[in-house]
Design a protein around this ligand. Structure first.
Ligand SMILES: *[C@@H]1O[C@H](CO)[C@@H](O)[C@H](O)[C@H]1NC(C)=O
Ligand SMILES: *[C@@H]1O[C@H](CO)[C@@H](O)[C@H](O)[C@H]1NC(C)=O
Ligand SMILES: *[C@@H]1O[C@H](CO)[C@@H](O)[C@H](O)[C@H]1NC(C)=O
Ligand SMILES: *[C@@H]1O[C@H](CO)[C@@H](O)[C@H](O)[C@H]1NC(C)=O
Ligand SMILES: *[C@@H]1O[C@H](CO)[C@@H](O)[C@H](O)[C@H]1NC(C)=O
Ligand SMILES: *[C@@H]1O[C@H](CO)[C@@H](O)[C@H](O)[C@H]1NC(C)=O
Ligand SMILES: [Cu+2]
Length: 620
């Protein structure tokens, strides 16, 4: 989906006639892409020693690289990605945010859309690039994302898609510079990283009954260092919430790794549940061992007769746990795309970036120099910050006397001054959404998020997805064998062309924010509130508390963060249109929560599932 307009249309007219433009769009001839050979990629996955932050561990490399290579695609392309599993364990690759229209068997969710790719086997994913913008691929097998299997996907829009750049500048020369930059975006993959392989983390969590919420480093395009802060620095950065958690656990300080201690995690999240801290290696929460890896430097090179005046960055957040504040010293950021789709640009100084997020950002390059690019954790269990560098010079700058740079955020992610502007999702306006959100829905599903049993037992609807399903070795694969009217704690089922509301209710406290991701469709965040959700349907809630809803121009994404809760329930409502029949996963993108059970199977449009090709049906 995505863009729909010829570029010679004045954007103003476009903005006020979105519905009309959808009709217009259908008349636009799209390229006969299937007549062309598919865009083909081969990804060889290996399990090897590598040291992204200066400390070697065994991890996943893609074609010998970390992060994996960028899949650069043009909208309308048929895409073929052949994955070769050269690792000693099963895997799958998911294409995050790619709708997989009519190809649900290429979604890469083990047990749900395919059988696992076993060692020494290959799997051919085939899908059509119906969308444009920044996406990414990653492992969807247990916690393998944390082992390094991820990389960017950049889809260049159809020529006729109208960009929102004229809202950034009306000067023709500037517009030209912006367009040039946006045609060739630089990807910046932001990740949190740890030294212990995910299968060991999972086993130790289960042995200790403690969720491991402490990482080792923040990486920019796979590069970083382990920076151990002095205790005074850690103490000085503690937020009110972090102090509150310490107090509740009768403790006074974070660990030398900047973490809330493991025992405190357990006592805050699952009080009364016995834990065995003796099986937790000291390096998980406590002991910080510094190491120095490479530093990412984004260098804007000058050309002989002109210097580049703008940089387009596609931020891709592959975090296993973290939410961070992101900023570049001394530089405003124009956010013009979120999760791939154009938005009305927002001029900000910092962005809150969470698991799975993509932000397309334009940065004016005005004063030559070398500037810290910052990411600082705002996740309650850990304080950590890191920097990369943005470096550029204009043609006649010597580059010797750079002015001091001005940070927008502190090392705990809080704004460095009251004037710092953060990106606002609440006021995010889609530039020309493929359709408008429908004001009523056909069905409401209420999902009660809770901690179930231990501190890693996260439930999306009352019960955690059972281990048998979680291991995703389920046979038959859900997509190959729909249970048409299944509706239980871990499966919901919808009909094609219906509008669905998902209500996420915080049912135990404290309930952290959860970055909820839906496969197979973008959703609209239409409302949220504090207190219980007593209504049977969202339509009823809209009638009774209309001020809690936006049904006119809500933000649209493939993932939204639920509202956190400390002492009373909160609720968050996401609405989507079932136009993409298939078996999709709905889950928290925090890897510990996903492997803890926080996911749900959605059989979307079960009345209209496409016939699974034999090569996928028979794959084993
Ligand atoms: C690996 O995948 C195969 C095929 O789906 C499955 O039978 C097997 O149980 C899986 N192994 C593990 C360890 O999950
Ligand atoms: C903290 O100390 C108080 C008072 O001694 C005690 O009642 C409470 O159980 C302790 N909490 C934890 C988590 O140890
Ligand atoms: C930079 O170079 C251009 C072209 O040679 C010149 O016109 C301009 O004055 C120079 N600017 C500075 C600040 O030296
Ligand atoms: C959620 O779980 C409850 C049981 O606690 C069940 O009654 C309800 O149907 C489930 N909701 C969905 C949407 O499956
Ligand atoms: C569904 O959730 C309810 C409430 O937590 C629980 O009693 C029931 O056993 C669960 N059912 C399944 C199939 O997990
Ligand atoms: C599913 O619904 C969509 C949206 O209305 C429609 O375009 C599509 O044809 C339907 N699919 C099938 C297989 O009926
Ligand atoms: Cu979560």
């Amino acid at each position: 989906m995505g863009g729909i307009l010829r570029s010679n249309r004045p954007w103003l007219l476009v903005a006020v006639t979105t519905l009309l433009s959808w009709t217009v769009a259908k008349k636009v001839e799209e390229p006969e892409s299937y007549a062309q050979p598919p865009r083909h990629f081969e990804l060889a996955l290996t399990w090897e020693q590598y040291a992204p932050d200066g400390r070697a561990r065994e991890m996943i490399l893609v074609n010998g690289q970390f992060p994996g290579p960028t899949l650069e695609i043009f909208q309308g392309d048929e895409v073929e990605v052949v994955v070769h599993n050269k690792m000693p364990f099963n895997t799958t690759v998911h294409f995050h945010g790619i709708e997989q229209h009519l190809t649900p068997w290429s979604d890469g969710t083990p047990g749900l859309s395919q059988r696992q790719i076993q060692p020494e086997r290959s799997f051919k994913y085939r899908w059509t690039a119906t969308q444009y913008g920044a996406y990414w691929y990653h492992a969807h097998q247990k916690g393998q994302l944390d082992d390094g299997l991820y990389g960017p996907i950049i889809i260049h829009p159809y020529e006729y898609i109208v960009s929102p750049f004229s809202l950034i500048s009306s000067d023709p020369k500037t517009l030209q510079d912006i367009e040039k930059a946006a045609k060739n975006p630089t990807t910046l993959v932001l990740s949190d990283f740890r030294h212990m392989p995910s299968y060991q983390i999972d086993a130790l969590e289960r042995a200790s009954n403690v969720e491991f919420t402490c990482y080792d480093s923040i990486l920019f395009n796979g590069k970083g260092s382990v920076d151990c802060w002095p205790p005074e620095k850690i103490a000085s950065l503690l937020t009110a919430q972090q102090k509150g958690f310490l107090k509740a656990a009768n403790l006074t300080s974070f660990t030398p790794k900047g973490c809330l201690p493991g025992g405190a995690i357990a006592s805050v999240l699952s009080p009364g549940v016995p834990v065995d801290l003796s099986v937790v290696p000291p390096e998980i929460f406590n002991v910080c061992i510094p190491s120095t890896g490479p530093k990412e430097v984004i260098t804007v090179t000058k050309k002989s007769h002109e210097s580049q005046k703008w940089l387009a960055l596609d931020l891709i957040a592959t975090f296993g746990l973290y939410t961070v504040s992101f900023s570049i010293d001394s530089h405003p950021l124009y956010i013009y795309g979120v999760d791939g789709e154009y938005i009305t640009p927002q001029l900000v100084d910092a962005i809150t970036v969470t698991n799975g997020d993509r932000f397309s950002v334009l940065i004016p390059l005005t004063t030559p120099g070398s500037f810290p690019i910052r990411a600082a954790s705002v996740s309650a269990p850990q304080l950590m910050a890191a920097t990369a560098t943005l470096s550029y010079q204009t043609l006649n700058s010597t580059g010797s006397a750079f002015p001091p740079t001005i940070p927008s955020i502190l090392d705990n992610g809080l704004p460095a001054s009251p004037s710092v502007r953060f990106f606002s999702q609440a006021t995010q306006k889609q530039f020309h959404p493929p359709e408008l959100v429908q004001p009523t829905s056909h069905e409401t599903f209420k999902l009660y998020m809770r901690i179930s049993g231990t501190s890693f037992g996260w439930a999306l609807n009352s019960s955690v997805l059972p281990a048998a399903v979680l291991d995703w070795a389920a046979d038959p694969v859900v997509l190959f064998s729909p249970t048409p009217y299944a509706s239980n704690n871990v499966t919901i089922t919808t009909l094609n062309d219906t509008w669905i509301d998902l209500v996420f209710i915080a049912a135990t406290f404290p309930m952290p924010p959860h970055p909820i991701h839906k496969h197979g469709a973008k959703m609209w965040l239409i409302g949220s509130g504090t207190g219980p959700f007593p209504w049977a349907t969202v339509d009823e809630a809209v009638r009774e508390v209309p001020d809690k809803f936006n049904l006119v121009d809500p933000p649209r994404r493939d993932g939204f963060v639920t509202v956190s809760a400390t002492t009373e329930p909160t609720w968050t409502v996401m609405r989507y249109h079932v136009t993409n029949p298939g078996a999709w996963l709905l889950h928290c993108h925090i890897q510990g929560h996903l492997s803890g059970g926080m996911s749900l199977v959605i059989q979307d449009g079960v009345d209209a599932w496409p016939v699974v090709p034999d090569e996928y049906l028979g794959y084993s």
